[in-house]
Every structure is written in structure tokens, then in C-alpha cells.
Design a protein around this ligand. Structure first.
Ligand code: CA
Length: 288
């Protein structure tokens, strides 16, 4: 029987470069690995439909772990598992985010719900930063904003009640702000909750979900149902929501553009997302 070895790859800041593209070099490396019998697993914080949208047309058949592990889909698009947050919890979180005027997104089975006042708040935050940041830092903030807005499946709503009525099966609540203090307050508020998991996937957000939902737990579940273990397997990422994967695989790779904390938890560090770090890590792993 063929040994199933996973190559789990994060999307933003990892597979996708700073021009919002997946490079030909990265596609070629993934394709080569697939042809050698490795299973490609895309493991992203994005909603699964958003991830599929970005993968559309590529000559690959990956599993997709979406919403930081709250969903798992097979290469043919069949749902394998999903782990939702309770509606009462979402209600409570939204109430607090609304009070704080903190931009948020509710990632659900049927769309990414976001309040219509949200984008204006973010634009104001960016305006407020203009004078205190260097040109490069400001460009980074702009890129963060563009990335966040560039998702498939947004639904704009006028009230939190509208979200709770319309969103079926909520996987993740994202708080996103360019205001460091607001972000710190959010992190402090939720970091010790045993009924929620909090992770970050960029410098500007925190993400709340079910404590059983993480990229690492999803990868373990996938290995279990395919009756394989994760040694050897590789995982590659650039952010806090990738650390759970690093824990469960034998070969963890941090991106060159990852922060120091993420790098310190990885066995290897590869090149940046603009220099095909994914392709380089895959070749290193499969030719080891
Ligand atoms: Ca990432």
C-alpha cells in the first residue's frame, strides 16, 4: 500500500506572494510532489469557498483545511468535517466587538458576514497612521488592508441580528484592526477562555473559534481517517495559526517572512513568499 505523506501549506504570506498570486514555481513543486504520491493539503484561515476560488484552474487535487481547521474538504470538494462555534458565543463576541467599534468578519458556511460600517473604520485607522509611519510601513498597512478585502464571499449587513439569522454554521470570528491597542485589548479579553481558541494569522488580527478547531487538529484528523501518521509529513506557514501544524508534523518549515516567534517554533526556515519559499521547502522535503 502507498504510504500517504502530507504536505500541508498555508496560503496567505506562504503560498501566495505579495501580488496576491500563486507563482508557477510553487505550482510546479506541488504538482511534482503530487505526482510522486504526496498529498497536498492547503491549510488556511480563509473560508473553504474562498480558498477554492484561489485554487481554481490549478492542475492540483489538494485537500483543503479551511477557517483555521474548522472545516476539512476532500480534493473532490466533499466535506469531511466541520467544527462550528455556538451561536450564543458568537452573539456575545459580536456584541463586544460592536461596542469596541472593532472591524470584524464572521466566517460561516454560506458567507463571510461583515458590518457595513466596518470598512470606514479601517480606512479611518489607516488615515490616523499616515503621519506616524514610514513610507514602507505605510505600504505594508495598505497591503494588509487589500489582502483582507480581497476575499471571496463577503456579505454586508446592517445589524448583528441579521448575521445571526442569516449565517448558518459559524466557523470563525475575526477581529481586525490597525490599532495596536484595540488589538491588544481584544487578545487580552479572549486569550484565557477555555471555550474558545484564539490565534492570529496576520499582524492586524485575532481569530476566535471552537477549541477543537485548529490547523494541527484538522491535519491529525485527516491522518487518522486515512489511517496514517504524520511522520514523515511537512507543514509550512508564516503565522501564529500555523504553530498547531508545526507541533504535529515531523518537518515544520517557517517562511523567511515569518516573525521570529514562528521561526523559533519551526525545524527549518525557507525563503520568503515572494521568493518561492514553498517550492524550495517542498524540494528540500521530497529530495531529503
Ligand atoms: Ca498565513
Amino acid at each position: 500500500m502507498r504510504v500517504i505523506t502530507f504536505i500541508a501549506i498555508d496560503m496567505d504570506g506562504t503560498l501566495i506572494n505579495n501580488h496576491h498570486e500563486i507563482s508557477m514555481e510553487n505550482v510546479k513543486a506541488m504538482k511534482e510532489a503530487e505526482e510522486l504520491g504526496y498529498e497536498i493539503v492547503i491549510a488556511t484561515g480563509r473560508a473553504h469557498y474562498d480558498a477554492w476560488h484561489l485554487l481554481k484552474g490549478l492542475p492540483l487535487s489538494p485537500y483543503v483545511i479551511g477557517a483555521n481547521g474548522a472545516t476539512i474538504f476532500s480534493p473532490s470538494g466533499t466535506k469531511i468535517q466541520s467544527t462550528a462555534i455556538k451561536t450564543e458565543q458568537v452573539r456575545e463576541i459580536i456584541r463586544w466587538l460592536e461596542e469596541q467599534k472593532l472591524y470584524y468578519e464572521i466566517s460561516s458556511r454560506n458567507g463571510i458576514y461583515t458590518p457595513s460600517w466596518g470598512r470606514e473604520i479601517l480606512k479611518k485607522e489607516i488615515e490616523g497612521l499616515k503621519l506616524s509611519l514610514s513610507k514602507e510601513e505605510f505600504a505594508e498597512v495598505q497591503l494588509g488592508f487589500d489582502k483582507q478585502m480581497n476575499q471571496e464571499g463577503f456579505v454586508f449587513v446592517e445589524s448583528p441580528e441579521e448575521i445571526l439569522q442569516a449565517a448558518t454554521t459559524i466557523y470563525k470570528v475575526v477581529g481586525f484592526t490597525f490599532d495596536e491597542e484595540k488589538r491588544r485589548v481584544g487578545w487580552e479579553k479572549y486569550k484565557n477562555r477555555s471555550d474558545l481558541t484564539i490565534v492570529y494569522s496576520s499582524d492586524y488580527n485575532f481569530e476566535l473559534q471552537h477549541p477543537d478547531a485548529s490547523k494541527g487538529q484538522a491535519l491529525e484528523y485527516l491522518a487518522k481517517i486515512l489511517q496514517r501518521d504524520l511522520n514523515p509529513s511537512m507543514a509550512i506557514g508564516d503565522s501564529g495559526n500555523d504553530l498547531s501544524m508545526f507541533k504535529v508534523v515531523s518537518h515544520s518549515f517557517a517562511m523567511g517572512n515569518a516573525d521570529e516567534k514562528v521561526k523559533s517554533h519551526a525545524k527549518y526556515v525557507t525563503d520568503t513568499n515572494d521568493q518561492n519559499g514553498v517550492a524550495k521547502a517542498i524540494y528540500r522535503f521530497i529530495h531529503e
